[in-house]
Ligand binder design. Structure first.
Ligand code: NDP
Length: 498
């Protein structure tokens, strides 16, 4: 194996070591003997320097015409496309998911580059008539300033792109602190932007641990907005830390996503959907299907088929083209998932397959768990309520469509949901009544596209949305402008009525 690359922080266009000189290793979850990269273990000093660099770059970047900012994105897109194979492999090594999925993660960033590049020619505001004569009025977007971005490990390039690109097209500069497990893909995306002509200081990367590098970013007085994706527990902490500075905070947090399968559903289609939704990305998606809510008439047969399918999945190193399900991100997360499997059994759920760590052979040095299915899960069990973030599916049986909707909504989260049915009336009722930010009909709970808003209700966030044009609302502020060309003082908010 070759020597691992040493990555430096990117501050003001320079590659620099952490102020403390400390570093940390990122390891391959499929083979923990392999060090993927060595990264800077940063602290408040590094964050301060990065925020200062972003602040310095801001006045010039803010005034660069937005279509020109977009052109940098278009050039970066071409570079990212050219480097797709290499970057996908690197992502699989750092994160674990299979190559076709890391390719998809990268393509999402590619889509986002094109989408946000195009927004540079829109960034629409409003023009509207005035109540007074010879007066003109409009609203325009203005950037917010310096953005602090904090990202999780499960979509190492897509999620940074969801945050960075809308922030940049709106004219903001930024500091990003990627997840400690997967910083390399952020570097790869940013390298494309730099090679495409991004000026120094507009994007700054500071790596490190949440409490030592993330927290000073959140608390920084000169950071105007924090966009955070991660667990609900950390998101709550981020809100508390940011509150004294009154900065804008956007949170994209956990999920406990239900798939409903009614008696009249196309079961073959539903089977494909649940297999992909529950075990794709090893269940490590915020939108992963973690609850399967089946109507009683088909419950037994469908459960049997789901188990058969789960048992047939090939678990292995994502670089192996045969593998369908990769490893868990790290040992701590693997133990957490195994603990939930233990809890499920103690609660009285019936373990139908999986349930254990895979060891030996190709699994000997990685963090692998067999695809796991529980039946007889009751709605109030912890495995039906709490986010597990692993290849664990809980099957709940219901008697009616109405009960399915109630059970689906009865969790603290509200990210994604889905329903399989051939009854158009029930499909429309579900679209209306499932209280989640995303609803799928006859498709699993995963698969969002970047030009629609992404985010959830309840404890999944704080009401903001990523992606789509809604992301622009997060990274810009409205300015209303009134131009009076009457030549006289015209008073609004005065009773002018004759
Ligand atoms: P974490 O909440 O553990 O971490 C997210 C990020 O926050 C990491 O960069 C982490 O650093 C950082 N962090 C940790 N503590 C602090 C702190 N005190 N102050 C500032 N930053 C901090 O989440 P995971 O990385 O484990 O990601 C999995 C979670 O993300 C799941 O709950 C999943 O549902 C959610 N998620 C939500 C999505 C959505 O859009 N709704 C999309 C994808 C994931 P470090 O890496 O060092 O721990």
């Amino acid at each position: 194996m070759s020597e691992p690359r040493v990555y430096h922080n990117l501050i003001g266009g320079e590659w620099v070591a952490s102020a403390s000189g400390k570093t940390f290793e990122s390891r391959n979850p499929a083979d923990s003997r392999e060090v993927v990269g060595i990264f800077q273990d940063s602290s408040a000093d590094d964050i301060n320097a990065a925020v200062a660099a972003a602040r310095t770059a801001y006045p010039t970047w803010r005034l660069m015409p937005a279509p020109k900012r977009g052109e940098i994105m278009f050039r970066a897109a071409q570079l990212l496309r050219d480097r797709k194979e290499q970057y996908s492999r690197e992502m699989t090594r750092e994160m674990g998911k299979v190559l076709s999925e890391t390719g998809g993660d990268l393509v999402e960033a590619l889509d986002m580059l094109y989408f946000c590049g195009g927004e540079g020619r829109r960034l629409h505001g409003q023009t509207t008539p005035s109540e007074l004569p010879n007066k003109w009025q409009l609203s325009i977007r203005q950037p917010v300033g310096v953005c602090g971005l904090i990202t999780p490990w499960n979509f190492p390039m897509a999620i940074p792109s969801w945050k960075m690109l809308p922030a940049l097209i709106c004219g903001n500069t930024l500091v990003i602190k990627p997840a400690e497990d997967t910083p390399a893909s952020t570097y790869n995306l940013v390298q494309c932007l730099i090679d495409a002509g991004l000026p120094p200081g507009v994007v700054n990367i500071v790596t490190g641990y949440g409490p030592s590098a993330g927290q000073p970013l959140v608390e920084h007085l000169d950071v105007n907005i924090i966009s955070f994706t991660g667990s609900t527990a950390t998101g709550r902490r981020v809100t508390e830390l940011a509150a004294p500075t009154m900065k804008r905070v956007s949170l994209e947090l956990g999920g406990k996503n239900p798939m409903i399968v009614l008696d009249d559903a196309d079961l073959e289609l539903a089977l494909e959907g649940v297999t992909w939704g529950a075990f794709g990305t090893t269940g490590q998606r915020c939108t992963a299907t973690s609850r399967l809510i089946v109507q009683r008439g088909i419950a037994q047969e469908f459960t049997h088929r789901v188990v058969e399918r789960a048992q047939g999945l090939r678990v292995g190193n994502g670089l192996d083209t045969d593998a369908q399900v990769g490893p868990i991100i790290n040992q701590r997360q693997m133990e957490r998932v195994l603990n939930y499997i233990e809890i499920g059994q103690q609660e009285g759920a019936r373990l139908l397959c999986g349930g254990q760590r895979l060891t030996g052979g190709a699994h000997a040095h990685g963090w692998f768990i067999a695809p796991t299915v529980f039946a007889d899960v009751r709605p109030q069990m912890r495995i039906a309520q709490e986010e597990i973030f692993g290849p664990v599916l809980s099957i709940l049986t219901v008697d009616s469509f109405e009960q399915a909707i109630t059970v689906a909504n009865d969790v603290q989260y509200g990210l994604s949901s889905s329903i399989y049915t051939r009854d158009v009336n029930k499909a429309y009722q579900a679209m209306r009544d499932l209280y989640t930010g995303i609803v799928y009909v006859n498709a699993p709970t995963i698969g969002a596209e970047i030009h629609l808003p992404f985010g959830g209700t309840k404890a999944t966030g704080n009401g903001h949305r990523e992606a789509g044009q809604q992301a622009l609302d997060l990274f810009s502020e409205w300015k209303s402008i009134y131009v009076d060309y009457s030549g006289g003082l015209q008073r609004a908010q005065i009773d002018n009525a004759e």
